[in-house]
Design a protein around this ligand. Structure first.
Ligand SMILES: [Fe+2]
Length: 392
C-alpha cells in the first residue's frame, strides 16, 4: 500500500511538473529598435510572463533563417546571469556598417525559480520565420550625405492620431529614424499606458525596423509608474538624456524636466528634478566640448520644453538658466521642441536661444532633412497634407 502511495505521489508530482513546464510565453509588445549604430543595435520587447531572452541574427540574404545555427545574443545587464523578467533588452554587436540583418527574438518562460539553481522552464518561444518574415535592421553607415527623420510630440495617449500621422508607410520607411518628442502619454499612473499608447503603435508602424528615439516630456514624469519609464528604453544609466550620430551629423536629446518647481503642491513632494537637471547641465558641458560635437557637420537638439521668455514657466526657467548658457555659443543649428501644443518657428531673437527653434504642434508631424548646406522642415497634418515648410 505504501509503495502504491509513493508511486501515485510521484505521478502527481510529474503531472504537476508537466503542467508547469507547458507554460509558454508570448510577445505583448515589440520588438522595437533602440540605439542602432554602425556595428550593432539593441532590440527590446515585452513578454506576458517572466522569461529569459535572446536574439538570433542572420544576414539579409537568400538563405533560410533555419539554414544554420545563428549567433545568439543575450541581455548582459545581469553581469553574466540571464535576467528573468518581462521587459527584454538585448544588444547585438560586432556587425558591419551599412549592412542589413534579419533578427528574431527568442524566449523561454520561467515558471519557477527555486532557492538555488532549480529553475523550471516553460516552452520556448521563437518568432516564427516560416509564417512571417523576420524583421530587418540596417546598421548605420559611417557617413551620410543627408539624414531624414520624423518628429511627433504631445500626442497625449491619442494613439489613433499617432497611427494617422504615420499611416503613409512608404514615406515612413524612407526615414532614417523617428523621434517621439515627449508627452506621448498624459501620466504614467500605470506603465501599461506607455505600452498601449506609445510602444505598441510604434512597433506596428515602424519601430521593428526603423530606429526610434524617445525624448521625455514633463508628463512622462507623472504617475506612480513614471519611475519605470527608463526601463522601457535603452537609455544611458544617468537618465533619458543622450546623444547619437549619423555619420557626421550630431543629435543631442535633452531631458527638459517638469514645467513647475519641485515644491509645487501638485507634485506632492515626489520630485528632485533640480539636482537631476543640474547634473544634466554638467554633462552637457562635456558634450559641447567634445571633438565629435565641435567637428560635426550639423548639431540638432531635441528638447520637449522650448526656450521661452514670455509667459515662462519653471521648465522655461530651467532651459534659460541651466541649458542655454551651455548651448548658446555652441553652434547649435536647430532645436526641435514641443510642449506648447501649437506650431511656431522662432528665429534667433524671439527667445533667449541663440539658434533657431522649431516648436511642433500636438497634432502634426515634422519631417526634417539635414544636409551639409541646409536643414529643411516640412509639416504635415494627420491626412498627410503638407501645411508648412521652412528652409534654413
Ligand atoms: Fe509638455
Amino acid at each position: 500500500m505504501k509503495k502504491i502511495l509513493v508511486v501515485l505521489l510521484s505521478l502527481l508530482a510529474l503531472s504537476a511538473t508537466a503542467q508547469e513546464s507547458s507554460q509558454r510565453t508570448s510577445v505583448v509588445c515589440g520588438p522595437y529598435l533602440q540605439n542602432v549604430t554602425t556595428t550593432g543595435f539593441t532590440v527590446m520587447w515585452i513578454s506576458d510572463v517572466d522569461a529569459v531572452a535572446w536574439v538570433e541574427v542572420a544576414p539579409d540574404d537568400n538563405q533560410s533563417f533555419y539554414y544554420a545555427d545563428r549567433p545568439k545574443f543575450y541581455d548582459l545587464s545581469g553581469s553574466g546571469i540571464k535576467p528573468v523578467n518581462k521587459v527584454h533588452k538585448v544588444t547585438v554587436s560586432g556587425l558591419e556598417p551599412g549592412t542589413r540583418y534579419r533578427y528574431r527574438i527568442m524566449m523561454k518562460a520561467v515558471d519557477k525559480y527555486y532557492h538555488f539553481l532549480d529553475i523550471n522552464y516553460g516552452r520556448e518561444y521563437g518568432a516564427d520565420v516560416y509564417t512571417s518574415e523576420p524583421p530587418v535592421v540596417k546598421t548605420l553607415e559611417t557617413s551620410y550625405k543627408e539624414v531624414k527623420f520624423s518628429v511627433v510630440n504631445d500626442i497625449h495617449e491619442k494613439d489613433s492620431l499617432l497611427r494617422r500621422l504615420f499611416s503613409d508607410q512608404e514615406k515612413t520607411r524612407k526615414m532614417d529614424f523617428v523621434v517621439f518628442n515627449g508627452d506621448m502619454t498624459s501620466s504614467l499612473s500605470t506603465v501599461d499606458k506607455l505600452v498601449k499608447f506609445d510602444l505598441t503603435p510604434a512597433c506596428e508602424l515602424f519601430a521593428s525596423e526603423l530606429p526610434f528615439y524617445m525624448v521625455r516630456g514633463n508628463h512622462e514624469f507623472r504617475g506612480r509608474d513614471a519611475i519605470h519609464f527608463p526601463e522601457y528604453f535603452d537609455f544611458p544609466s544617468h537618465g533619458p538624456y543622450y546623444t547619437f550620430k549619423y555619420g557626421n551629423y550630431f543629435f543631442l536629446v535633452m531631458d527638459s524636466g517638469e514645467d513647475k518647481p519641485d515644491n509645487d503642491i501638485e507634485y506632492q513632494d515626489a520630485y528632485c528634478t533640480d539636482p537631476y537637471l543640474r547634473a544634466e547641465a554638467e554633462w552637457l558641458k562635456g558634450i559641447v566640448a567634445s571633438e565629435d560635437w565641435k567637428n560635426a557637420e550639423k548639431r540638432i537638439v531635441f528638447s520637449h520644453i522650448p526656450p521661452q521668455t514670455t509667459d515662462a514657466w519653471h521648465g522655461n526657467w530651467n532651459m534659460s538658466n541651466l541649458f542655454l548658457p551651455v548651448l548658446n555659443g555652441a553652434s547649435v543649428d536647430l532645436m526641435i521642441c514641443g510642449h506648447r501644443h501649437s506650431y511656431a518657428f522662432e528665429k534667433i531673437g524671439v527667445s533667449d536661444a541663440k539658434f533657431p527653434v522649431l516648436v511642433n504642434s500636438n497634432c502634426e508631424r515634422a519631417d526634417i532633412k539635414v544636409s551639409p548646406k541646409s536643414i529643411s522642415i516640412e509639416i504635415f497634418n494627420p491626412d498627410g497634407k503638407k501645411l508648412r515648410s521652412v528652409k534654413l
